[in-house]
Design a protein around this ligand. Structure first.
Ligand SMILES: [Cu+2]
Length: 160
């Protein structure tokens, strides 16, 4: 193992970095520095460009039976478990029946603000009969919504 590492280190230093590599390394360093500052100050992570959260299922207007399986969708960003500080990622939260949330603060956990901190992309929720609204909201490793918040359209469903 040690021998392999040494061999890799030699190869890495022997190959000169191309201009593109340098640009990549510089952007990575900048990203890491930004991330450290965000962590220290407890600031929201920047949302990746064009990041979009959706609820794939159920569909707006659907009539369903409880428990309801909710399938989340995400584009242009990744899913990471809570506690894992990785740029351009987050974990899903389900907002049930329009809870009041402050997007500038870490999200509280409640029956109406459900965290999927293991990185789940599907959830099963118990809902009472009647109309309910559902909305998916991403937040970073410290449960802080991104800036700007990556939040889905709000859907309304009826539970039989
Ligand atoms: Cu969370």
């Amino acid at each position: 193992m040690m021998r392999t590492l040494l061999a890799l280190a030699v190869v890495a230093t022997a190959v000169p970095a191309t201009a593109m590599d340098m640009e990549y390394l510089k952007s990575m360093a900048k990203q890491q520095a930004t991330q450290q500052v965000e962590s220290k100050l407890g600031l929201a992570q920047a949302a990746p460009a064009n990041a979009k959260a959706t609820i794939i299922s159920p569909k707006n207007g659907d009539t369903v039976k409880s428990p309801v399986t909710v399938v989340f969708g995400l584009s242009n960003m990744g899913v990471a478990p809570a506690g894992v500080n990785q740029p351009n990622t987050g974990h899903f939260h389900l907002l049930i029946d329009e809870p009041a949330v402050n997007l500038a603060q870490p999200l509280p956990a409640s029956a109406q603000v459900v965290h999927y901190g293991a990185g789940q992309i599907e959830a099963v929720v118990d809902l009472k009969p009647g109309k309910h609204t559902l909305q998916a909201l991403m937040a970073d490793w410290k449960h802080q919504p991104h800036n700007p918040a990556v939040i889905s359209e709000k859907i309304t469903i009826t539970v039989k």
